[in-house]
Structure formats: structure tokens, C-alpha cells
Write a protein that binds this ligand. Structure first.
Ligand SMILES: [Fe+2]
Length: 346
């Protein structure tokens, strides 16, 4: 494997983003191994299949590559596995309606990367209860602030309002779009360096309410949990690392004081200033840490001609969280969101 340091490349290698190019022989191995699973859809997923994906992936790459990937993940960088495989010989047209997505061979590879990082799972209020979310600007959703929408999304981490925030997001590129719409990623530590000690301290005070993402509101409201109250935007974890809760889109992040409002603006600007583009081309897979980094996007143009941007996304959870939530999931690892919020009641 190699790291791309060339400045002529459209991608920058920075302390936040690490790109891994697997040797050709390993890419070929992966392709052959993963194609044996055939095209699959969400309903085909079981714990056994995920485990098979995990071993197939790890068995197809060499020891040094494995170590390198694990090292990248441990260091909380945004890790891009370039061109490890769009496995469908003929990719269907990008769907512009939610009339069901076709089974894909690439789903296997996408889930394999998820399983190597942590435990993939989804909540059933999103994307009709699919484990794999399709990020496509759907017809009529051009202004919607979701994965199905096309409107620009400010920096945020996914499910910032929930107690059980995913550890990371895995996004696989099927089509980049024309012109490509990059995901913008920002590192918390880099953003905090642009703030004064006093501002950093203010961010650790419980001075914000964060509203649930729009798709979760109804289920959360039923349990009186539609807003997570009195939380800091930056929190120090027992291991010394810092985590961020940010939902800088729409009206989701609500400062509770003048001071909180001012520092919210500072943090937002800082994240925008340090944000870096990651364009995903067919077969690229990116792992975005969801606690130490945020992400956003610009406007996603949609022409509905079958060539629009099309990405697969799944969240992964730490093993202990996954075990705790497993009784709330169906066999395809989709969480019953209403029961989840019921269980969160104090
Ligand atoms: Fe997101």
C-alpha cells in the first residue's frame, strides 16, 4: 500500500485525511472474494453474513496492509480506501425515486469495511428502515436537510443529539456526480486551535439544547425525548480525547445563553475554516470518525438522468453499545427507534 503525497493530486494528504491505496494484487483478491457473495440487499443481512464479510476482507489483504488500516483507524483520521472496488460490473442508473434500491455486489464490500471498523447498525426511522442508506438527492427533496436531500448541510456529526452516537460512518462511492460533490470533513482539534482558551472552556459548559435529527423527531417525541437538554458541545472523554456534538444545520443546535450563542458562531466558523474536501469516486470507501470530526456537504445538483451522485452510508457502533442495543434490532441490524427512545427515559 502507499500514501499519496503528490501535490499534483486533487487530494491533499493532511493530518486529518489519510489515503490508502492497496496494492493491485490485494485489490484483485478483494474483488474475487467479495464477488462470491453475489448481489445482496438489506434483507439478506444477518450477523453470520457480516462476520463472513469481515473475515473475507481481512483474509484478502496482507498483514502489513491490515496493520496500516488499523493504525489509521486508531489515529482517528478520516481514512479513504481508494478504489477498492465498485464490484458491480454494471451499476444501475442512480435512482431518483425511493422505489427500492437494487441488490448490489458492492453492498458486500461496503459492509465488510463497516465490520472491520466496528458493528454496523441503523435506526428504523431513517430511509425506510434500511441498514444501508443511499445518499441520493431524490426528486422533490432538493431543499431537504437529510441524506435524501440536495440542500447544503453545515458541519455536523451524525446523531449528535442521541446518547448512542455512532463511532464512525462508512461511505462508499458509487457515482461522484457531475460535477463531483465532495464531502467536507473537519477535525475538532484543528478547529479548537483557532479558538481562545476561554472559548474552548465555554464549549465544555452544558449550555446547549440539541434537537433530534428531523427523521427522528416523531419517534423521540412519543417518549418526550425530542431534545437533548443542557449539554456541552465539546466534552472531554475519560481517555483524555475530546468529542464534539454538533448539528449545524437548520435549527438543531440551540444555545441557551448569549455567551453560548457567540461561541457557537466561533466554533462553526472554525470548523468551516478547517474543513477539507473528500470527493468519493466509484469504488472509494471513506471512514469518518463521528466523535472527533464533523462533516457536511455543498449543494448536490440533481438531474435525474441516472448519473447523479450516489453514495452508500452506514453507521458503526462500538461493540459494547451494539451488544446493549442488539435486543432492539431486527435480524438485519435495524433498531426499533420508538423502543430505543422509550428505554432512554430517565
Ligand atoms: Fe451526516
Amino acid at each position: 500500500m502507499s500514501i499519496d503525497h503528490s501535490h499534483s493530486s486533487p487530494y491533499k494528504v493532511t493530518t486529518l485525511i489519510r489515503q490508502i491505496h492497496l496494492p493491485r494484487v490485494e485489490r484483485m483478491n478483494l474483488r474475487t472474494t467479495m464477488q462470491r457473495f453475489g448481489p445482496i440487499s438489506d434483507q439478506d443481512v444477518t450477523d453470520g453474513l457480516i462476520e463472513a464479510h469481515r473475515s473475507a476482507f481481512l483474509g484478502s489483504i496482507s498483514g502489513p496492509t491490515r496493520e496500516y488500516i488499523y493504525e489509521a483507524l486508531r489515529s482517528q483520521t478520516v481514512t479513504v480506501l481508494r478504489g477498492i472496488g465498485l464490484l458491480d460490473d454494471e451499476l444501475p442508473m442512480t435512482p431518483s425515486e425511493d422505489a427500492g434500491f437494487p441488490p448490489l455486489v458492492t453492498n458486500n464490500l461496503h459492509l465488510a469495511v463497516c465490520a472491520v471498523v466496528a458493528e454496523p447498525a441503523s435506526y428504523d426511522v431513517e430511509q425506510s428502515g434500511r441498514l444501508i442508506h443511499h445518499l441520493v438527492a431524490q426528486r422533490g427533496q432538493e431543499h431537504t436537510l437529510t441524506g435524501r436531500g440536495g440542500a447544503p448541510l453545515g458541519q455536523h456529526n451524525d446523531l449528535a443529539a442521541l446518547n448512542d452516537t455512532p463511532e464512525a460512518l462508512i461511505i462508499t462511492g458509487l457515482r461522484a456526480g457531475d460535477p463531483p460533490v465532495p464531502t467536507l470533513v473537519a477535525g475538532l482539534e484543528a478547529a479548537l486551535r483557532l479558538l481562545s482558551p476561554r472559548e474552548r472552556q465555554a464549549l465544555e459548559q452544558p449550555d446547549w439544547d440539541i434537537a433530534m435529527p428531523y427523521a427522528y423527531e416523531e419517534a423521540a417525541r412519543a417518549a418526550g425525548q425530542e431534545v437533548t437538554r443542557n449539554v456541552p458541545l465539546v466534552q472531554r472523554l475519560p481517555d483524555g480525547r475530546r468529542r464534539i456534538r454538533a448539528a449545524f444545520y437548520g435549527d438543531r443546535t440551540r444555545p441557551l445563553s448569549r455567551q453560548a450563542e457567540a461561541v457557537t458562531r466561533k466554533l462553526r466558523t472554525a470548523l468551516d475554516n478547517v474543513a477539507e474536501p473528500v470527493a468519493l469516486y466509484p469504488g472509494d470507501v471513506v471512514v469518518i470518525p463521528n466523535r472527533s470530526a464533523t462533516h457536511g456537504r455543498g449543494q448536490v445538483p440533481s438531474r435525474h438522468t441516472g448519473t447523479d451522485r450516489w453514495l452508500l452510508r452506514t453507521s458503526v457502533f462500538p461493540e459494547h453499545t451494539f451488544r446493549r442495543l442488539r435486543p432492539l434490532m431486527n435480524t438485519s441490524r435495524v433498531i426499533d427507534t420508538r423502543r430505543y427512545f422509550e428505554g432512554q427515559k430517565p
